[in-house]
Design a protein around this ligand. Structure first.
Ligand SMILES: [Zn+2]
Length: 309
């Protein structure tokens, strides 16, 4: 009886969406073939205008159930994702994977709690989420306002230490935990059936790559990913999926290598942080979306760290 009441409540709640669940969810997930669906967020900064929907989220549908890879940046958008999945399959949500700790990727987790999936992430993710809980709550409230309501932290219940296999029935997802790169909580996912690699924010396409972790770690992690055998297509953390994924990795490596070189030169010549923010990797400006804001932020984070090399 309780289960019946709960599912009736869920139906009523879903039905409360402004334009009804069907139209709200329609087109939310794009079918990229092989039982994989991707939602592409908008290329917006986490600043004025941020709406909790800027990253890629993916679902992989197996014979036993579904894995969700990242969940958007709010409960509100997470619910749109949940409704969109219900249009595709009634199979249970078995796993919710977070590729890393950043707020645009994790705050839709709350929309999946009722499904009782296993929440999966890097072995350092639970601690990182808890450390940032207060700061991210303030950030969400500032930019999302009312939409931030109920966007609670949901920590992983299954940790990836090295690699981990998730069984979806007719297909397996292989998760790999990486050393510090984009963050200290980066996980990638490979689907055995389609050889699709989900990189999280280790790879950006079109949008300027950002990092808070370790630029040398990110460069070496990208070299490692490039050498992975048999990958047929890649879904990045931001930007379109591609079969030309080695080229996409090379593009990011070109930017990061130049950024590292220019920051080191700035430190060497005592140019200072401010001036280096204006000039580092300047030749990359027209190759990426949101370049100025993202590139300056990268220099701001990396310059002080690299002074201690
Ligand atoms: Zn990120």
């Amino acid at each position: 009886m309780r289960i019946l009441i709960q599912s009736m409540m869920l139906l009523v709640m879903t039905g409360c969406a402004e334009s009804g669940p069907t139209s709200a969810a329609s087109g939310f997930l794009a079918d990229i073939g092989g039982g994989i669906y991707v939602h592409h967020g908008e290329h917006l900064d986490i600043d004025t205008g941020y709406q909790g929907d800027i990253c890629n989220v993916s679902i992989v549908v197996g014979s036993k159930g579904v894995a969700v890879i990242d969940t958007t940046g709010s409960l509100k958008v997470g619910k749109q994702l949940r409704a969109a999945i219900a249009e595709i399959t009634q199979l249970p949500i078995l796993y919710v994977v977070n590729t890393h700790v950043h707020p645009d990727h994790i705050f839709g987790n709350a929309a999946f709690v009722a499904d009782k999936p296993t929440f999966v992430g890097h072995e350092k993710l639970a601690e990182a989420m808890q450390l940032r809980e207060e700061g991210y709550a303030k950030l969400n409230e500032k930019f999302l306002g009312e939409d931030a309501k109920g966007s609670d932290i949901v920590i992983p219940t299954l940790a990836v230490k090295d690699t981990l296999a998730l069984d979806l029935g007719d297909r397996t997802l292989i998760l790999t935990a990486h050393p510090v790169a984009h963050t200290n909580t980066d996980v990638t996912v490979i689907d055995s059936q389609t050889q699709t690699l989900f990189t999280g924010d280790l790879l950006f396409i079109d949008r300027t790559p950002v990092l808070e972790g370790d630029i040398k770690g990110l460069i070496s992690t990208l070299e490692t990913l490039k050498a992975v055998d048999g990958v047929k297509q890649v879904v990045p953390g931001h930007g379109p999926q591609t079969t030309e994924w080695k080229q996409a990795i090379d593009n990011e490596l070109r930017y990061l290598t130049l950024l590292l070189k220019d920051i080191r030169a700035g430190i060497e010549s005592d140019t200072g942080l401010e001036a280096t923010m204006d000039t580092a990797a300047a030749s990359e400006k027209d190759k990426w979306v949101l370049f100025n804001v993202a590139n300056r932020r990268n220099v701001n984070i990396l310059y002080p760290a690299l002074e201690w090399e």
